[in-house]
Design a protein around this ligand. Structure first.
Ligand code: MRU
Length: 381
């Protein structure tokens, strides 16, 4: 393990939401994009919790990794911890539970917390353990999550690009519609659905990417549009409400979106508006793909009905710029502002992961557990 690990993107021209070196974490304040590029110093788990809750950092993988690293920074700089290894492990577990409470829908966060708790409880049980060895095990495991996410995203990009091309009549001129932001800013780097778009572009087969505004927080117009321009990918921004008309005009070869939680049957929670896009895609006979790392899967839930959907502040809708700007809605109106919706598996054509693409075998649902069992140790194209 390198002493100064990071996501390995230094020198790369891609945008970096998470800047980490052991003992130091800076998060790009995504609320200020695209007009200002400001990094906030995250010194401990409390800073991490607030940055996630307040949308400084967002996107399922980025939330999980930022949370894990905020605690890594706290323990790297911890000077006086006079406890036993078991007390060190329970200190970390308590902080992880607190971090998980920042946002409920993306499973990546609780998945990371569960894995990290296992690491520290094993470290505490080791014969020659002391509290420093427990903290060291935690820091190293959190750092591995940062590096692993970039590798997973690159694999998702290449599996997705290949699969989509194989499904198309003319695989040399593809136009892909995406929703929300699933790029470098939403992950440790490269991106999931946006990673697939990047891979298609680098293979020279992407005619155009279309991104939705993604109201009310405008992750599409502020973040995805920013990334697409930055990457010089030919792209067009559309209002969320223009998607059906775009599909009707035969301008979309495929829709690719990310995921915050995929249930065991393939039902997928993602940014509000994803479900409408899937319905429109089905009506227009356009394939609809979800691109997500295995850390976004929750096999403990049999269907999407069990997914908890975060409701966010009415202010995000009442005021411009996702609540940060001037008032735009009539005073006194009541608001319903779910941050996510669930797209049923029946509307999803395939789920692109770092281990290959999950397809259906004759039913409306996906057999995620079977895929994961088979995928461990092998890749399925
Ligand atoms: O509320 P957000 O911005 O955190 O929502 C993000 C999304 O819904 C993304 O599509 C999802 O997290 C996948 S990111 C690779």
């Amino acid at each position: 393990m390198a002493t100064n690990p990071s996501n390995g993107l230094e020198g790369d021209n891609t945008l970096q939401s998470i800047c980490y070196h052991r003992g130091s974490l800076k998060l790009l304040d995504q609320r200020k994009l695209p007009l200002e590029t400001t990094y906030l110093d995250i010194k401990d788990a409390s800073d991490g919790w607030l940055a996630i809750r307040e949308m400084v950092v967002r996107g399922a993988p980025a939330i999980a990794i930022s949370a894990a690293l905020s605690l890594a920074v706290e323990v790297s700089n911890l000077e006086n911890f006079n406890g036993t290894p078991v007390e060190a492990a329970s200190f970390l577990a308590g902080k992880l539970d607190y971090l998980v409470s920042s946002r409920p829908t993306a499973v990546n966060l609780s998945d990371a917390a569960t894995k990290l708790k296992e690491v520290v409880s094993k470290a505490a049980a080791a014969a020659a353990s002391n509290c420093q060895s427990v903290f060291q095990a935690y820091i190293e495991a959190a750092e591995i999550m940062l590096a692993d996410d970039v590798a997973s995203n690159k694999a998702i990009g290449s599996y997705g690009a290949r699969f989509i091309q194989n499904q198309q009549k003319d695989p040399t001129k593809l136009s892909v519609l995406t929703h929300c932001n699933t790029g470098s800013l939403a992950t440790a780097g490269y991106g999931t659905a946006l990673g697939v778009i990047r891979a298609l572009h680098s293979e020279g087969v992407l005619e155009r990417a279309y991104c939705t505004e993604t109201r009310p927080f405008n992750q599409g117009s502020r973040l995805t549009a920013f990334e697409l321009v930055h990457e010089k990918i030919p792209a067009t921004l559309i209002a969320d409400s223009a998607a059906a008309a775009l599909m009707k005009d035969s301008k979309v070869s495929a829709v690719v979106v990310g995921a915050d939680r995929v249930a065991a049957n393939g039902d997928t929670a993602n940014k509000i508006g994803t479900y409408s896009l899937a319905l429109c895609a089905m009506h227009h006979n356009i394939p609809f793909y979800v691109a997500a790392p295995l850390t976004s899967f929750d096999s403990s839930l049999s269907s999407g009905k069990e997914i908890i959907i975060e409701e966010r502040s009415p202010k995000e809708m009442l005021n411009a710029r996702g609540g940060l700007g001037e008032q735009v809605a009539a005073s006194g109106i009541s608001v319903w502002n779910p941050a996510f919706d669930v797209t049923p598996a029946s509307l999803i054509s395939g789920i692109i992961t770092e281990k290959g693409v999950i397809t259906k075998t004759g039913t409306d649902d996906f057999d995620i557990k079977d895929f994961i069992n088979k995928a461990v140790g092998q890749c399925i194209a």
